[in-house]
Design a protein around this ligand. Structure first.
Ligand code: SIN
Length: 525
């Protein structure tokens, strides 16, 4: 095992749109980008629908803000939403300068429509390959920018702290460990989809950033709010391929095996109702024994291969032709509205630690995210983190004369072998009890089962420990919120409650105390 301390101005963890954008915004500084996957992997790369920004005729940032707030269950942070929607259009223009090729028709941007947007405002690339195009352009720019070093396929195991300040990370690649120091660390590690049996997220979405931040003492916010996408292709593969919401924006409908267009009876906006409403409607159909389908034959038909090439390829791989076939669908865990609590500059509650992208909670989504606001949030707030860090680095170099205190990390154990079987159990428990429809009974059951897994010591890998810890935190926060709001639906408290008309903030200690008291009371341990 080799351990060598290396010193940077900033360490960025994660290589999705948020991580790459922060790094690019720090050009000229010594930046280390640590990514556990090869560059180009990750959730952002898979994003289909696009990026929402008010750039169309008759649209405005205010209207975009109004739509964002309207679906948030009344608890989004209006200041954060204002930043998101006001800065969005300029952020898109900067991306175009960088080389991002959004789809155009005779020179004009093609703007798609998605659920709960009052205007067509979704910028997309190559039809439904928006994430891939963003990652292509951002990765290329990062690779061409002097000062950014990339540690590819290195997994961060711990944040290193010095007198209460984060001052670096310990990263691992197989048996090799490395200690990297920096006065500023940015978490841009993405989401948590893999905590659930059914997800649209890639295998690397394992809640690492939340676990690292929680262990470092950072406040977490709104972690009970997990978004389920209503239209994952139910074709037996894992993760479930996404059938972009842009398909419904283009007129595709949802039907059951009898051809009943069930969304008409569910919501006045039918298939374009907010995502949580559509996901629960699909769920109810499935629970009632129906089979559910997305039918794009009439609305998209022969244009499918050109307009939605990514989805078309998935379908073909599963023996389906969306021009002729209805596509079987099911809801799947898709996005985490909650995360590490941050201010509008991406600062967490722990000095030296910033966060942006899905791992962070700026409050822009509240209890439910508007479609195509996630890439936008990652991009807009990464720029703000970059801005803040530039000021921080200037201030620090003017005021700090001595270098960083180097930490001795001593001998570190070899990585534990992977524990896929236990991870699979975690995912089943979360799907069964902490998914689209929750109850006190189910959540208590989940917390008890997850606690038992913890007690057996069966979870040994870093990945497994992170997943187990965050799964428990989400279940505890979901149990505490005795109401239904946005994506958090409690069958035993089906209405929103005035006393809960706010976000939630937790620390690891508070969540553990809550769990201990629950276990004492309910399970009589
Ligand atoms: C989609 O294309 O439906 C996903 C976009 C999003 O999650 O905002």
């Amino acid at each position: 095992m080799s351990i060598s301390p290396l010193i940077y101005d900033v360490i960025v963890i994660g290589s999705g749109v948020a991580g790459l954008s922060v790094a690019l915004n720090l050009a000229g500084h010594r930046v280390l980008l640590v990514t556990k996957t090869p560059l180009g992997a990750g959730n952002s790369q898979w994003a289909q629908g696009g990026v929402a920004a008010a750039m169309g005729e008759g649209d405005s940032p205010e209207l975009h803000a109004r739509d964002t707030l309207a679906v948030s269950g009344d608890i989004a942070n209006a200041d954060a939403v204002s930043v998101l929607t006001q800065v969005g259009p300029d952020c898109m223009r900067r991306l175009m300068v960088l080389g991002v090729a959004f789809d155009r028709d005779r020179g004009n941007l093609c703007l798609g429509r998605e659920a709960a947007h009052s205007h067509p405002r979704i910028l997309h690339a190559q039809g439904d390959a928006t994430g891939a195009e963003l990652i292509r352009a951002l990765t290329l720019s990062v690779q061409q920018t002097a000062g950014i070093e990339i540690a590819e396929a290195w997994e961060v195991e711990e944040l290193v702290a010095d007198a209460g300040r984060v001052s670096g990370v310990i990263a691992r690649q197989g048996a090799e460990c490395c200690l990297y120091h920096a006065p500023a660390v940015v978490l841009a590690t993405g989401g948590i989809g893999q905590l659930y049996r059914y997800t649209t997220n890639p295998p690397e979405a394992t809640a690492d950033g939340l676990a690292l931040a929680a262990r470092a003492g950072a406040c977490l916010a709104d972690i009970e709010f997990v978004q389920f996408h209503p239209t994952a292709l139910a074709a037996g593969s894992e993760p479930l391929p996404l059938l972009t919401e842009a398909l419904r924006g283009a007129g595709a409908i949802l039907v059951n095996e009898m051809g009943d267009r069930f969304m008409l009876a569910e919501h006045e906006a039918a298939e374009l109702a907010p995502r949580d409403a559509v996901a629960r409607a699909v769920w109810r159909q499935l629970q009632a024994g129906h089979t559910t389908f997305l039918d794009a034959r009439e609305a998209v038909g022969a244009r499918f291969p050109d307009d939605f090439p990514t989805v078309f390829t998935f379908c073909q791989r599963h023996g389906l032709d969306p021009r002729l076939d209805r596509l079987p669908i099911a809801p799947a865990a898709h996005y985490h509205m909650g995360g590490v609590a941050v201010d509008l500059s991406g600062r967490t509650s722990v000095p030296g630690l910033w966060a942006c992208g899905e791992v962070a909670c700026t409050g822009v989504h509240g209890a439910n995210r508007l479609a195509s606001n996630s890439l936008l949030e990652g991009l807009v707030f990464a720029e703000r983190v970059g801005q803040d860090l530039r000021g921080f680095i200037r201030f620090r170099s003017a005021s700090v004369s001595s270098g960083l205190q180097l930490t001795d990390i001593g001998e570190r154990a070899l990585p534990a072998r992977e524990d896929d079987f236990v991870i699979s159990q975690i995912r089943d428990i979360m799907w069964a009890h902490a998914g689209l429809v929750r109850t006190e009974l189910g959540l208590v059951e989940a917390i008890g089962q997850l606690h038992e897994l913890e007690m057996t010591g069966a979870v040994r890998s870093q990945r497994g420990k992170n997943m187990l810890s965050v799964a428990q935190l989400i279940a505890i926060a979901a149990l505490a919120r005795e109401e239904s709001r946005g994506a958090h639906f409690r069958a035993d408290y089906p209405e929103a409650a005035e006393v809960w008309a706010h976000g939630s903030v937790w620390t690891l200690n508070a969540l553990e105390a809550e769990k201990a008291s629950m276990l004492r009371e309910v399970l009589a341990i």
